[in-house]
Design a protein around this ligand. Structure first.
Ligand SMILES: Nc1ncnc2c1ncn2[C@@H]1O[C@H](COP(=O)(O)OP(=O)(O)O)[C@@H](O)[C@H]1O
Ligand SMILES: [Mg+2]
Length: 221
């Protein structure tokens, strides 16, 4: 899947103030690669990720998936694209607390009206090192295990791209390094494109491509 952002601008109105979170950002995300998005707090990283991940329309400009403008699609088409082609992981794991890890992992599949592929789910859990934890509730798991569960959930529909917004932000350094390693193993195994927002220069150093956000503008480094 080829993903391009063309002249993205995003303006938030807060009271009588306008915040220009994205200023004419044009870039393309290379298929199969690991792209890191870095930059100071408030520079527009999460806004860029949401725009690219079909979650929030820009004020102007377009996001093109394989030649199709995703914000020109119907809401239903865009929702199907999100369910089938896009995985997302956030800093706070966002697991449903009353469901077991396995139930959390299978949720996107069930929401898409599909029966989970048992062999694939098993393989995901093994790859991410949570196989013996899958019948636990999130509250019974460590932060690292919860985040690995969230990654498995993001991958369950075999998305072509995984978006992760500071996925290691709540983890200690060792656990963060483990998570990153597992993400890269999963990426190689299941062949997604990975776009990750990160504060961590060690993580950015491992990326194939680095985009630096600065005050709403994006630069490829
Ligand atoms: N929903 C929103 N409403 C108003 N302002 C927002 C909203 N989301 C983000 N912003 C503002 O847009 C700018 C960029 O935010 P964000 O993309 O979250 O930056 P980052 O992820 O780099 O910290 C900031 O000034 C932030 O306060
Ligand atoms: Mg952010």
């Amino acid at each position: 899947m080829k993903i391009e952002a063309k002249n993205l601008s995003k303006i938030y109105i807060q009271g009588d103030k306008e915040i220009e979170a994205l200023k004419d950002v044009t870039l393309s995300i290379e298929e199969g690669k690991f792209t890191a998005v870095i930059g100071p707090s408030g520079s527009g990283k999460s806004t860029l990720l949401r725009a690219l991940a079909a979650l929030e329309a820009p004020t102007s400009g377009s996001v093109i998936y394989d030649g199709r403008d995703i914000y020109a699609m119907s809401e239903g088409e865009r929702a199907a694209l999100r369910r089938r082609s896009i995985g997302t992981v956030y800093q706070d794991y966002s697991l449903l607390p009353t469901l077991t890890a396995l139930e959390n992992i299978c949720t996107p599949c069930l929401m898409d009206g599909k029966k989970p592929d048992a062999d694939y789910v098993l393989s995901l859990c093994k790859t991410l090192g949570i196989f013996d934890r899958v019948h636990h509730l999130p509250g019974e798991m460590s932060g690292g295990e919860q985040q690995r569960t969230a990654v498995a959930r993001a991958l369950v529909n075999r998305p072509s791209i995984l978006f992760a917004d500071e996925p290691t932000g709540n983890l200690d350094k060792t656990t963060a390094a483990e998570l990153l390693e597992l993400l890269l193993v999963a990426k190689a195994e299941y062949k997604q494109t990975l776009l990750m927002v990160t504060h961590d220069p060690d993580i950015a150093a491992m990326a194939d491509v680095v985009i630096r956000m600065e005050n709403g503008s994006g630069y490829c480094m």
